[in-house]
Design a protein around this ligand. Structure first.
Ligand code: JCF
Length: 708
């Protein structure tokens, strides 16, 4: 075999395998950018050696085979793929070819973001949704009608004067927020995390139980047509999209019309600048000749139109190597492993660290120092390690891995205290039954002796829903703790102007960031004055805020409020034993033990005493043993984004009506209020048959029940 022939065969094998993993198994093996590079190499070889081209080459098809379990759908009109452009030059060539062939200057294009989801086709007959299919290999897809029916974005009946037969093509995708929520839940319960939102969308459509698909936050945008009957198409693609909107399909609000190469590149830059701010992942933008007669004149090459192209953005996944694995310590003492990476550009930003989440995730990935890994950065989420490229693991002379599996340190990296494994409580019952999350968190036992935990404790204490000290941000707290101005939260109340100014000076000198104005003898003091004022303002607070601010593990806002109402004052809470605490509604044995344990610690009692001495006052009242109001005795969970009033305010209003607002869904939940992009909680509510309200219903209820 000649060298090019051998390489072509090798590339086809690699691409076929990667294709199968990605499209069929939803378990990608190499990053998209790597796949694209291999495919282009193969295309180049086949172009230079036409005798090597073959019908079964990955360059001749898109996607892969059909999985068993769903019926096959033969696409009456094949679902096309798009050619890609990776540079401005390639876009210029695309435009020039069109201008030359059509003899027009600066033609108009319909332009849109290219979503990173799953292409589907929706068929409507007499205005009714009759069948939905995945693209599959472009010629044959899978019938996923039942799952698609569950997407609210997909109309079941068309609006207006719809044609007798209409096939609409578009992209099903999972918004980032829903993807993050889903993965957070999977990490907690030890389930399988999704590699990326694209896999989330594809996997959901492949659920055989449509109820599972229904609970996933999937969305859809229409971008094209299949067969139609009885419809005189508008002259332009952009007008056709307008018409689809009229029939009730979601069309991206980002679609626009651009003229000539200049217009395309301008659009590319404008969308690129907003890429991180979009609610979903995109991997480029699509340009399509706007006039249908011009499209027709350009025609097709194999499976892709000559009148359209996808202009790709820098990939969201890249290969790099792990230089070290370090651990960071959070407020509750939980150790979070972080991979230090050889710097790599991911989606336009240099990435040097990625989160490894927790011990279970490290074990699942088996990531080790020296490993080559796929890192992913999308939007403003923290970059993460998606997987290890096992074949590239460095080996010793005996072919054994050079580095051992990562082990969590037995002492805290911030304070040297021993670490221990703590299983996170998922559920608890009054009878004493406890359900744990799958994996264990490794935590530092140093408590507030540990500077890392002290910093986080102060940040939590100052946060908006706790003591609400405006302006006391993370970097200030770091410096206050590092330079020993603050050992406990009570120390905040003793800080004066000189302390803040001296501390700022020391921090700037340490970091080499002394401003020129300060060197010239001018010292800004306004920020410190404002801060002192904000700290003083926090002295008058409520018992529930104070309880929440203390940062007792597993005592969130809702539990703090219940405790405050039930006991009315702090002293009886501090003195209560576990059995007494268990009498409080929704306080189970685990939380009772945490509260009693917290106040059994002399140090914690001293902090409360010091806060009192520092002038912190909280409202106390008579014990209130049961809630009043139309929602008394009901437990409500809020999830997803609410558009009109926000979750915090909605929670306050529901509480004012007597409801208990909880963070997790169980059989005892009275109802769940689900906003935009609701994720695992909605999923659980549906699975348990718990009533679900949308935002409109909530607003109706609140409007008809003004708080007394
Ligand atoms: O958003 C997309 N991923 C997308 C894919 C948008 C389009 O307008 C497409 C596409 C694939 C094929 N148009 C074609 C013809």
């Amino acid at each position: 075999m000649t060298a090019p022939a051998a390489r072509a065969a090798q590339l086809r094998r690699l691409l076929d395998e990667a294709n199968h993993r990605y499209h069929v198994l939803d378990d990608p093996a190499i990053p998209d950018a790597e796949y694209d590079a291999l495919l282009r190499e193969l295309q180049a070889i086949e172009l230079a050696h036409p005798d090597l081209a073959s019908a079964d080459s990955p360059t001749q098809r898109v996607g892969a085979g059909v999985l068993p379990g769903f019926a096959e759908v033969v696409h009456e009109q094949p679902m096309l793929s798009l050619n890609n452009a990776f540079s401005d030059e390639e876009v210029a060539e695309f435009v020039q070819r069109i201008e030359k062939q059509l003899g027009v200057a600066e033609p108009e294009f319909s332009v849109e973001p290219k979503l990173d989801g799953l292409a589907i086709s929706l068929r409507y007959e007499q205005g009714l949704f009759v069948r939905g299919a995945t693209r599959g290999d472009g010629a044959t897809g899978e019938d996923v009608t039942q799952n698609l029916r569950t997407l609210k974005a997909i109309p079941l009946r068309l609006r207006g004067q719809a044609p007798p037969v209409l096939e609409v093509r578009g992209e099903v995708y999972m918004p980032r927020a829903g993807f993050e929520a889903y993965n957070a839940r999977m990490r907690e319960t030890g389930g399988k995390v999704l590699a990326n939102p694209r896999n989330g969308a594809a996997g959901s459509l492949r659920q055989l139980d449509p109820r599972l698909a229904a609970a996933r936050p999937l969305a859809f945008y229409a971008y094209g047509l299949g067969v139609t009957d009885g419809w005189t198409l508008p002259a332009r693609h952009s007008q056709m999209l307008q018409a689809l909107r009229g029939f009730g399909f979601p069309v991206s609000p980002e679609v626009s019309v651009a003229r000539g190469l200049g217009g395309l590149l301008e659009y590319y830059a404008a969308i690129g600048a907003r890429r991180d701010a979009l609610a979903y992942d995109i991997d480029g933008v699509v340009y399509k000749l706007d006039h249908h007669d011009q499209q027709k004149a350009m025609g097709f090459v194999s499976r892709a139109p000559r009148w359209a192209i996808a202009h790709k953005f820098p990939a969201q996944e890249q290969l790099t190597t792990v230089e070290a694995i370090e651990v960071q310590v959070g407020r509750t003492g939980a150790l979070t492993p972080v991979a230090r990476l050889a710097p790599v550009q991911v989606a336009g930003v240099v990435v040097t660290n990625a989160t490894l989440h927790n011990a279970d995730q490290i074990a699942r990935l088996d990531v080790r120092v020296g490993d080559t890994v796929i890192v992913r950065r999308a939007g403003d989420v923290i970059p993460e390690v998606v997987r290890v490229v096992a074949e590239k693991r460095p080996l010793d002379a005996h072919g054994r891995p050079l580095h051992a599996p990562f082990e969590f340190p037995s002492t805290c990296p911030a304070c040297g205290s021993p670490t221990e494994a703590v299983r996170k409580v998922l559920k608890q019952t009054k009878a004493g039954g406890i359900e744990y999350a799958e994996g264990a968190a490794i935590v530092c036992t140093g408590g507030l002796f540990c500077p890392a935990q002290r910093k986080q404790a102060v940040i939590h204490f100052a946060s908006r829903r706790a003591m609400d000290i405006e302006g006391l941000g993370e970097s200030l707290v770091e410096a206050l703790v590092d330079f020993d101005y603050v050992r406990t939260v009570a120390d905040l109340y003793a800080l004066g102007l000189d302390d803040f100014l001296a501390m700022r000076r020391r921090a700037d000198e340490r970091d080499g960031t002394v401003p020129e104005t300060v060197k010239a003898g001018k010292v800004a003091t306004k920020w410190a004055e404002n801060l002192i004022e904000a700290i003083a303002a926090s002295q008058a607070t409520s018992l529930e805020r104070l309880l929440f601010a203390l940062g007792i593990r597993d005592v969130g806002e809702s539990t703090a409020r219940t405790l405050a109402r039930h006991f009315g004052a702090l002293q009886p809470i501090m003195d209560a034993d576990e059995a007494t605490l268990c009498e409080v509604p929704d306080v189970g044995p685990v939380v009772a033990r945490r509260i009693a344990g917290f106040f059994a610690e002399p140090h914690n009692r001293e902090v409360v005493e010091a806060l009192r001495k520092a002038g912190v006052r909280w409202t106390e009242g008579a014990p209130q043993r049961s809630a009043q109001g139309p929602l008394a005795g009901q437990t409500v969970v809020l999830t997803g984004a609410l558009a009109v009033m926000g979750r915090d305010e909605a929670g306050d209003r529901l509480q004012a009506l007597g409801a208990k607002v909880s963070g997790s869904v169980s059989k005892k939940t009275s109802f769940v209020v689900a906003g935009e992009a609701a994720g695992s909680k909605l999923e659980k509510a549906l699975a348990l048959g718990v009533e679900v309200w949308d935002e409109a219903r909530l607003l109706d209820f609140l409007n008809s029940h003004p708080a007394g």
